[in-house]
Design a protein around this ligand. Structure first.
Ligand code: Z5A
Length: 212
């Protein structure tokens, strides 16, 4: 019987360097002989990408926090059914730019929605499915905002104030300290070569742990 694929997610606050490192992570996995599907949240399917436009665009700036949370999970339900679960079942590894940890960090820690409420949706939409490995790119909020600020137009989240992003960072670090086996923290503050050296070592250790 074909082995199920592994589900790897990459998380981090503003300007942490996810986009800068995802192709690198994919190449490490492919070099180890894995078939890899790269995808992202919110999004990843046509319906999910339409929901992403609603969430990140500026047409609905006063969106209620519960609406934001439900839209994240609506996009996720579609993503899981149409793309992630079928790939994993075919033995394909799924590399996803953000997943449910982002809901706990942004909607939970950032917006102040209760952990219990988000956990209920997690259970409803995912059942027992969780990422097998999560890389959390962590850096001081100010550094991330400076890096992100050099880019194009801010989206609806990027307009939040610094204290929102401080809560998001604390939320992510809390998840990492609660689940140290799954969530590996990468210090994203140095230059790209040093960040990629940490990522490479983490992926190698993970791959070796599967062979043991
Ligand atoms: N969201 C949510 O609230 N709840 C959820 O459940 C989910 C998501 C799933 C969209 O995410 C938004 O959705 C996100 C959370 C929310 N909030 N926002 N905003 P996204 O992942 O698409 O957007 P993002 O977080 O803004 O990611 P990003 O803009 O693509 O940033 P990044 O990928 O982490 O950073 P980057 O583009 O790779 O790097 C930023 C800049 O820094 C760039 O110029 C790089 O060249 C530079 N950089 C990167 N690494 C380095 C190093 N090491 N040194 C120096 N410079 C660097």
């Amino acid at each position: 019987m074909m082995a199920r694929g592994r589900f790897i997610t990459v998380e981090g606050g503003e300007g942490a360097g996810k986009s800068s490192n995802l192709a690198f992570i994919q190449s490490l996995l492919e070099a180890a002989g894995k078939r890899v599907l790269f995808t992202r949240e919110p999004g990843g399917t046509p319906l999910g990408e339409a929901i992403r436009d609603l969430l990140l665009g500026h047409q609905h700036t006063g969106m209620a926090d519960d609406t934001e949370l439900l839209l994240m999970f609506a996009a996720r339900a579609e993503h899981l059914q149409q793309k992630i679960l079928p790939a994993l079942e075919q033995g394909i590894w799924v590399l996803c730019d953000r997943f449910t940890d982002a809901s706990f960090a942004y909607q939970g820690a950032g917006r102040g929605l209760s952990h219990e409420r988000i956990a209920k949706l997690q259970q409803f939409v995912q059942g027992s499915l969780r990422p097998d490995l999560t890389l959390l790119l962590d850096l001081p909020v100010e550094t991330g905002l400076q890096r992100a600020g050099k880019r194009s137009q801010p989206d609806r989240f990027e307009r939040e104030a610094q204290d929102f992003f401080e809560r998001v960072r604390s939320g992510y670090l809390r998840i990492a300290s609660d689940e140290p086996e799954r969530v590996r923290v990468i210090d994203a503050s140095p230059g790209l070569p040093q960040v990629q050296a940490q990522i490479s070592a983490t992926i190698q250790r993970y791959l070796e742990s599967l062979d043991e």
